[in-house]
Design a binder for this molecule. Sequence first.
Ligand SMILES: Nc1ncnc2c1ncn2[C@@H]1O[C@H](COP(=O)(O)OP(=O)(O)O)[C@@H](O)[C@H]1O
Ligand SMILES: [Mg+2]
Length: 224
Amino acid sequence: MSEHKLIELQQVGRVFRDGGVEVTALRDATFSLKKGEFVSLMGKSGSGKTTLLNILSTLDAATSGTYLFEEKDITDLQEKDRLRYRREKIAVIYQQFNLIPELTVKENIQLPFVIANKKADLEEIRQLAQWLGLSERLDFFPAKLSGGEKQRVAIARALLMKPALLLADEPTGNLDSANAKTVIELLSDCARQRGQTILMVTHDAEAAGFADRQLYISDGVVGE
Ligand SMILES: Nc1ncnc2c1ncn2[C@@H]1O[C@H](COP(=O)(O)OP(=O)(O)O)[C@@H](O)[C@H]1O
Ligand SMILES: [Mg+2]
């Protein structure tokens, strides 16, 4: 395998068993992502996008196939080891932003560090806030922010731990087109300037066009 690959999936599948009923949410995901690559993933509702992202983020595990991360097989890791990936290497941003309303912007950005019982670098937060246009918003509560600002806070929170992999599930789904464009450009800069590998799920063909490469998922099948 090439040293430039961050992740590689080989025939990854996910079957949910709900009582006697089986649902195949993901049939065959076979692709890899290079370091520093910005890739979009498009597919209809119900095609398996969120299921795939949950496996990539280690929130969920495949029921078939192989998931390699930095050349290590992490398909069947125990929960405590998967948690380490989520804390150190993989961050996710969501359509709904998932900010904590009772915490300020600065506290929201620091939250993963607080949960991991680590100290965040305040200078790093200051720089990220400046880059994301949030310097004047650090002491605000989320309710006072626009949608675009909320997503930028979520990006700051995701980037603070310098994840190797940034996953985005419809990150512009709740934004107007101007804010969506800003967020996409920031994600693109994350890959180009900061070397982050990004996989972005989107319904928006224009947003997908900003990525280096497009992947398509249909009926639980995605390949390149
Ligand atoms: N926990 C689950 N239990 C049973 N079926 C599920 C579960 N999660 C997802 N599915 C099913 O798997 C398919 C893919 O879902 P999902 O990955 O959420 O698609 P998308 O994000 O592309 O809309 C859908 O048919 C969905 O109903
Ligand atoms: Mg989804």
